[in-house]
Design a protein around this ligand. Structure first.
Ligand SMILES: *Cc1c(COP(=O)(O)O)cnc(C)c1O
Length: 432
């Protein structure tokens, strides 16, 4: 029987491996060869001199990034995690401070303040947009609160309301835009600034990621952005051995900025910068193919009554790092999301070169971060189940997401994905 579910031994909807995400072509390869022929693979020196700011590729990339995202300072680093650590040091987070964080993000966007001895405090998220919920954030503010680290999750900006709350309470906003590069908040929602803002530039300081899986990648890398001159200088110092550099900075007005900083080596190589420069040039082109897939999958999956497609926040654009959906078991005779998705995955296959990782469709994104062992028994943390109920419901029951829309998946590949969902939906009676 052709229609028998693969979960029960029927034939799969798709047997050919899906393509893995790969957007590297001759343009990046040529750029890398140029750097290699020059032989200077990193242009940095760790003292106060012209090379303190990095080599030509790094500096060209930063200039281009500033222009492209309409921001005064772009500071290239070796990962977004490093960027978050630098941001926390730059804004002066110190032991005993509380920082409000999201439970639904890469773990580093919640743990970054711990590097500086401060305490992450988890607030709940929005059911529709998955970013920090402004009301929950406001509830968690105490006299110790210093900053909010908000993630623009899955590809769209966080709520501007958070900025208003931060201003009211004198808090700093650090935006983790690792997943949201290229998305925007249009001016209607930012009447106090009256301009269209790129994700990453919404708070006081923002970070992007160039890790392999992200929209633009050079293997590992990241970018910090800010419009604040003092924060930018402190970022550049922490990136590159601050304590060894500060003595030599005779020409700088040292009274103006607190320069008692401990630095790291979080510098980007010339090779990585050359790759990202090309990826940035190609970004619109890469997004076009991603968005064609998104539109198709959203249309097909919305035909299944128990599936709601991801919502876009009013006055925002979405660049779909992942493609999120919600499952409503009430519209599926009580069938749980996990059983449905298990059957869908059985119809599909893995991506080429990533055998063993499973079909890239995930239930629930991640466990709420406060349930990680780190926050259960150590460091005085005892975060209980129920701390962020919306997040827990999305994790356990409602949210699922896929990466099968990302380049180099074609519409043909997406058709197989949609067919698998349809087949399982038609046979859902056999799953209860
Ligand atoms: C990927 C990611 C990071 C970490 O990026 P790296 O460059 O790998 O350090 C941080 N935050 C979010 C939300 C991410 O998705």
């Amino acid at each position: 029987m052709a229609n028998k579910l693969a979960l029960f031994g029927g034939s799969k909807t798709r047997t050919r491996l899906f393509p893995d995400q790969n957007t590297i072509d001759d343009r990046e390869i040529d750029a890398v060869i140029k750097v290699m022929r020059k032989g200077r693979l990193s242009g940095y020196r760790g003292n106060w001199c012209p090379e303190f700011m990095g080599g030509p590729s790094v500096q060209e990339l930063e200039k281009e990034w500033q222009r492209r995202f309409n921001v005064k300072h772009a500071i290239a680093v070796n990962s977004a995690t490093s960027g978050l650590h630098i941001a926390c040091g730059t804004v002066g987070i110190k032991p005993g401070d509380e920082v409000i964080v999201t439970p639904y993000s890469m773990s580093c966007s919640a743990t970054a303040p711990m590097i500086y001895g401060s305490i992450p405090v988890f607030a709940d998220i929005e059911r529709d947009y998955y970013c920090l919920d402004p009301d929950s954030v406001e509830e968690r503010i105490t006299e110790k609160t210093k900053a909010i680290i908000v993630a623009s999750l899955f590809g769209q900006p966080y709520s501007w309301e958070i900025n208003k709350i931060a201003r009211k309470h004198g808090l700093i906003v650090i935006e983790d835009a690792a997943q949201a590069v290229g998305s925007h908040l249009y001016s209607k929602d930012t009447p106090d600034r009256n301009e269209t803002l790129a994700a990453g530039t919404l708070g006081d300081i923002g970070i992007f990621s160039f890790n392999y899986g992200k929209h633009m990648n050079c293997g590992e890398g990241g970018m910090i952005v800010t419009n604040n001159d003092d924060l930018a200088l402190r970022c550049r110092l922490i990136r590159n051995h601050a304590e060894a550099v500060i003595n030599g900075m005779g020409g700088i007005d040292r009274g103006r900025v607190d320069l008692s900083l401990v630095g790291f080596n979080m510098r980007m190589t010339e090779i990585n910068a050359a790759i990202i420069k090309i990826q940035l040039e190609k970004f619109d082109e890469m997004q076009t193919s991603r968005m064609i897939n998104v539109e198709y999958l959203n249309k097909k999956l919305s035909e299944i009554p128990a599936i709601e497609i991801g919502k876009i926040r009013p006055n925002c654009s979405h660049t779909y790092y992942v493609l999120p959906f919600q499952w409503d078991s009430k519209k599926a005779d009580g069938l749980h999301r996990d059983k449905f998705i298990e059957a869908v995955k059985a119809e599909l296959v893995e991506r080429e070169g990533r055998e063993g990782e499973g079909v890239p469709i995930g239930c629930g994104y991640i466990q709420p971060l406060y349930l990680m062992p780190l926050f259960q028994y150590k460091n005085g943390f005892r975060y209980q189940k129920g701390t962020c109920p919306v997040c827990e419901d999305l994790w356990k029951n409602r949210l699922f997401l896929t990466l099968l829309h990302s380049p180099n998946s074609t519409l043909n590949d997406c058709q197989d994905v949609a067919n698998a969902f349809e087949k399982v939906w038609e046979n859902r009676g056999k799953l209860v």
